[in-house]
Design a protein around this ligand. Structure first.
Ligand SMILES: [Zn+2]
Length: 170
């Protein structure tokens, strides 16, 4: 699922809940819940895995769209609590960065393997990243089955619009 969808979910939580630790925890958990819903990532995932460049391009575009979403929220909801908003977004996208960190550190063909491989040196981080990635993947693919990516894209854009509507109501 695209980062923007997760971030948009985290932003709702950040405005609905008051305690920062709870915002972070619920946003973090919301990631797995959203990933669990089928959203057409199956085909994109396979297409991305073929070339590192694709992963880099889509990853960059994904982050760019997320930043545009942040700007959009700040323009339309100027009284939003910015630091809590960022905390919610951070918690909500963190699982994807942890899994990417696992991929980059454990796969020597990954483009950022060299600068990041130092995380793999410590048994604890290596174990944590591996176990986290296993759980993340298991939840992600639990019911995801062959949804066409175009439909998935429309679905994800719809969720972002609904989340934007919700956050402007809070
Ligand atoms: Zn994910």
């Amino acid at each position: 699922m695209f980062l923007t969808v997760h971030a948009a979910g985290g932003i709702i939580i950040s405005q609905a809940v008051k305690e920062p630790w709870l915002i972070f925890t619920l946003s973090f958990l919301s990631h797995y819940l959203l990933d669990f819903i089928p959203h057409g990532d199956e085909g994109i995932g396979r297409w991305l895995e073929v070339k590192n460049r694709r992963l880099f391009l889509i990853g960059t575009a994904d982050m760019l769209v997320m930043v545009i979403y942040f700007i959009f929220v700040l323009i339309f909801i100027p009284d939003i609590n910015l630091s809590l908003m960022m905390l919610g977004a951070f918690g909500a996208i963190l699982p994807d960065f942890l899994s990417q960190l696992h991929h980059q550190t454990s796969n020597y063909l990954a483009p950022l393997h060299n600068p990041l491989k130092f995380f793999n040196r410590f048994r604890l981080t290596r174990y944590f990243l591996k176990r986290h990635d296993q759980i993340h993947r298991a939840l992600h693919w639990a019911i995801e089955k062959n949804m066409p990516w175009r439909l998935g894209l429309v679905f994800q854009i719809s969720i972002v619009l609904i989340f934007f509507g919700l956050v402007s109501l809070i």
